[in-house]
Design a binder for this molecule. Structure first.
Ligand code: FEO
Length: 403
């Protein structure tokens, strides 16, 4: 990709990773991703973030096209995760910056990631610090735990632009650089997917940061995340800030996710019967076999759902491993305002529903009890109990979110 001037003398010099499907080793990115970094040409030339190490030569090529015969004076490192700081050592060696600005926790993370950084010219910028680079001033705002301890936002005046790092990003590989150039529904889905799988546990920090930014009275005309499309213009800035507020509040829809694994299709037939009961109550349903749906795809659907209905047969006095995997993943992301319910078939010992119910309780979900378990192949009566459970869950959902 060629560099793109996003405002006068402020350039996107990032990389589009069209074929990325495994994001950070735990989440799927079905639309690919981008690593956005930026170059500001002023009296001082500033590089904001780098890219995944695999793509260092690509960003260096873009930077060279913008720099011409100038040199980079300063680096600003908003976040040390390797998709943004992975090329930092190569960039330091290449550009020999006068200063590398990062947050207090950023400095700690930098030292831990780059063991040969002792002689790098690192300068810690506390939250609220400013730096004049000529016609422009950079304002640094720590956004600790959004989503790492080192995370920082850099605001540029008078351009009314903020480099927001992971916040407001989406995993979308596109030739377009601005949010207003792509289909809004696809973009919204990608934003939600990113939020659900990366940002969700830090929702209280999101709300606090949105309120801090509002209190600061920062004028915002452009938000530049480090993944995906850039938000330009007051209307789109308002849109994405409001979307994040809605995401962080986690108000559920009249929707349920039934996630299960199955051995001989008994638990699967129970899932279908529960779905019938939910649909009888007018609830929108997603039935997700964990052999066919990655845990991050389930999390994306669960994000705006009111209920998680978990199913597993009893296996070796426990549950199937894909269900255990989903529980571990969802628990870590700490979704709020959810209803839970459990079901599953069994051959002899039959612990599945008890184990799943405990897991849902541990995730602070309001569990609809009793769950349903069925011996071997569910009878007509057992499937009727599943339909009834689905109806009960549906009624609980409607009591929570309204008709
Ligand atoms: Fe996109 Fe936290 O890295």
């Amino acid at each position: 990709m060629r560099p793109v001037e996003i405002k006068k003398d402020i350039w996107w010099v990032g990389v589009v990773d069209w074929n990325k499907r495994n994001f950070h080793g735990y989440s799927q990115s079905p639309l690919g991703t981008t690593y956005n970094n930026y170059l500001i040409l002023d009296e001082k030339v500033v590089l904001v973030d780098t890219v995944d190490k695999e793509f260092a030569s690509r960003t260096f090529c873009s930077i060279a096209q913008v720099l011409q015969d100038r040199k980079i004076d300063y680096f600003v490192i908003n976040h040390l995760e390797p998709d943004h700081a992975g090329s930092l050592a190569l960039a330091v060696e290449r550009y020999k910056p006068e200063k590398i600005y990062t947050s207090p926790m950023g400095e700690k993370a930098l030292r831990a990631h780059f063991h040969a950084s002792a002689d790098w010219p690192v300068e810690v910028v506390p939250s609220g610090a400013t730096l004049s680079i000529g016609k422009r001033t950079l304002h640094f705002l720590e956004t600790r735990m959004l989503h790492w301890p080192d995370s920082m936002l850099t605001y540029v005046s008078p351009d009314k632009l903020a480099f927001t790092n992971d916040a407001f990003g989406q995993n979308m590989a596109t030739g377009e650089r601005f949010a207003d150039q792509v289909d809004r529904a696809v973009l919204r889905r990608a934003m939600a997917e990113y939020y659900a799988n990366i940002v969700l546990p830090y929702s209280p920090v999101v709300l606090k940061t949105l309120s801090t930014v509002a209190d600061m009275g920062l004028e915002l005309d452009m938000l530049c995340p480090d993944h995906g499309l850039i938000w330009r213009g007051a209307e789109d800035v308002r849109y994405v800030l409001e979307a994040y507020r809605e995401f962080a509040l986690q108000k559920p829809l009249k929707k349920a996710v039934i996630a299960y694994d199955t051995m001989w299709h008994s638990t699967e037939s129970m899932a279908e019967a529960i779905a019938d009961g939910l649909m009888d109550e007018g609830v929108s349903v997603r039935i997700m076999d964990l052999k066919a749906n990655h845990h991050s795809a389930v999390m994306t659907e669960l994000f705006d759902a009111a209920a998680l209905v978990l199913g597993s047969p009893t296996h070796n006095n426990g549950i199937l491993p894909l269900v255990g995997n989903l529980i571990t993943y969802v628990k870590g992301l700490r979704p709020q305002n959810k209803i839970g319910a459990a079901f599953g078939s069994f051959g002899w010992s039959g612990e599945c529903v008890k184990i799943l119910t405990q897991a849902l309780t541990d995730m602070n979900m309001e569990v609809v009890e009793p769950g349903v378990k069925a011996k071997n192949v569910p009878t007509h009566e057992a499937l009727g109990q599943c339909v009834e459970l689905g109806r009960k869950i549906g009624q609980a959902i409607k009591a929570k979110v309204g008709e």
